[in-house]
Design a protein around this ligand. Structure first.
Ligand code: GDP
Ligand code: ZN
Length: 459
């Protein structure tokens, strides 16, 4: 069945000068021809050419826009369908008119991500790449888009393929053991070998999973709450973070923006500051903790910045709140360092040894750099290595990888307990299949094919 031809405005975010109306589908060239007037009809031009002309409204014969039209015929295109890109230089208004004309003359409005979906359905990209594209569209900082970009380029895919290859190697050995138990010169799939090799695969899966937390933070932001008693400097800190990090990240057009959230970019990490409206408008955040919503936000926060006044002693109220956050990541900020010291920092340290303490004087801009470094250290152990690491940043992948880790753990355990190899084989196959799902591969039959083609024993 042929899919309908789709159309949408697909202009790079933030670029102003040129806007593109993109069509994809079997009728793309024909629809464009109904609107196009140039040296020759688009149906007669070569593929992968750019053609100068005008977009006319066929009903009124009025020229709408001067355009350059790129013609790309299947299958050498992003969607593997015919693609037409109409480059307009006019403003939003004319681009919209061109889009409307394509819709009126045979195309259907594309759903978000539909071009990419078609690329996937037509086998142009695999599932992890498709998801990378989706994340890229939504990514909030440059670091985050780098991660999405890598995934798009198939880094995760090749990583997972390597892991699956390792499992096939183990399985091949198991196979040898089952089929040729008496065959002396074939290396035996001893339980030791099984254990060692499976452990290596498990380590790699766990490395990927560890990176997933970081990937998710880069993609969605680190949900952060600033709290503390009135007058300690919460608003000052918030404003400093916002000014110091000029790139307040605004959402890509089309996604809904929660007014209670604000993003700031700290050392490449997008902090999603929650409930900042409360900090701005009132100074009674501590009282607001009584409010259910704030309590919930606090519970779900991945990072809590607790602000204290160096010029005041620790109160019962502080202790109560800090006690209630003992299983969360909290940084204690001792502010107003320029004033006389009344807060016992040693006492604070011994009460909450796992909470880092940063001393600041926000009005003098001191200590905030250290705070930013602390935040990065807490979640990334230093620098974000987006170029070298493979980050997994997608919930579906994380879920599958967790299942794969547990399946291979079962295999290792069975090997330890000297369970027959053909039973261990089942867990290995399961691991292999789960990893296959990460890259959207269909399983079972393929396993048999690969085993035979790659490890043909000459039977
Ligand atoms: P909030 O109630 O916690 O939001 O506190 P604010 O940020 O509104 O600050 C309360 C007061 O403390 C304001 O007058 C700030 O200028 C002042 N303040 C903030 N940081 C410092 C600091 O580091 N040193 C001193 N001396 N005053 C500060
Ligand atoms: Zn305030």
């Amino acid at each position: 069945m042929q899919l309908e031809t789709i159309s949408s405005i697909s202009t790079p975010v933030g670029e102003g000068a040129i806007a593109i109306v993109r069509l994809s589908g079997v009728d793309a060239v024909e629809i464009a021809d109904r609107l196009y007037q140039g040296a020759k009809p688009l149906s007669s031009v070569d593929s992968h050419t750019i053609n100068y002309g005008h977009i006319m409204d066929p009903e009124t014969q009025e020229s709408v826009e001067e355009v350059m039209v790129a013609i790309m015929r299947a299958p050498r295109t992003y969607t593997r369908e015919d693609i037409v890109e109409i480059n307009c230089h006019g403003g939003v208004h004319t681009v919209n008119r061109v889009l409307q004309l394509t819709l009126k003359h045979g195309a259907r409005m594309a759903e978000p991500g539909e071009f990419t979906k078609r690329a996937f359905l037509n086998g142009r990209i695999d599932l992890s790449q498709a998801e990378g594209v989706m994340d890229f569209i939504r990514s909030k900082t440059t670091e985050a888009s780098k991660v999405a970009n890598q995934q798009m380029q198939g880094r995760l895919k090749s990583y997972v393929e390597d892991l699956r290859q390792s499992i096939l190697n183990i399985l091949a050995q198991v196979e040898v053991n089952i089929d040729y138990p008496e065959y002396d010169d074939v290396e035996e799939a001893t339980t030791e070998f099984l254990q060692e090799e499976s452990q290596k695969v498990k380590n790699e899966i766990q490395k990927l999973l560890k990176s997933s937390t970081q990937g998710r933070i880069l993609r969605e932001g680190l949900s952060t709450v600033i709290i503390g008693k009135p007058n300690v400097g919460k608003s000052s800190l918030l404003n400093y973070l916002i000014q110091d990090n000029k790139a307040i990240v605004t959402d890509v057009a089309g996604t809904t923006r929660d007014i209670l959230e604000e993003y700031v970019n700290v050392n490449g990490i997008p902090l999603k500051l929650i409930d900042t409206a409360g900090i701005r408008d009132t100074d009674d955040i501590v009282e607001k903790i009584g409010v259910e919503r704030s309590r919930q936000a606090l519970k779900e926060a991945e990072l809590i910045l607790y602000v204290l006044n160096n010029n005041e002693t620790l109160t019962n109220e502080d202790v109560e709140i800090l006690d209630s956050m003992s299983d969360q990541k909290v940084i204690n900020i001792v502010n107003k360092l320029d004033l006389e010291t009344k807060l016992d920092v040693e006492d604070l340290k011994s009460r909450y040894p796992e909470m880092p303490i940063v001393k600041t004087s926000i009005i003098n801009s001191t200590g905030v750099d250290e705070l930013e470094d602390r935040i990065a250290a807490l979640f990334f152990e230093g620098e974000i290595q987006s170029v070298d690491s493979t980050y997994v940043s997608n919930n579906r992948h994380i879920h599958l990888l967790e299942q794969a880790a547990s399946a291979i753990s079962d295999a290792i355990e069975s090997a330890e307990m000297d369970v027959p190899v053909d039973i261990i084989q089942i867990d290995l196959v399961k691991t292999w299949e789960l990893l296959g799902e990460v890259i959207g591969e269909d399983v079972s039959e393929q396993l048999i094919d690969q085993l035979f083609s790659q490890f043909c024993l000459g039977k």
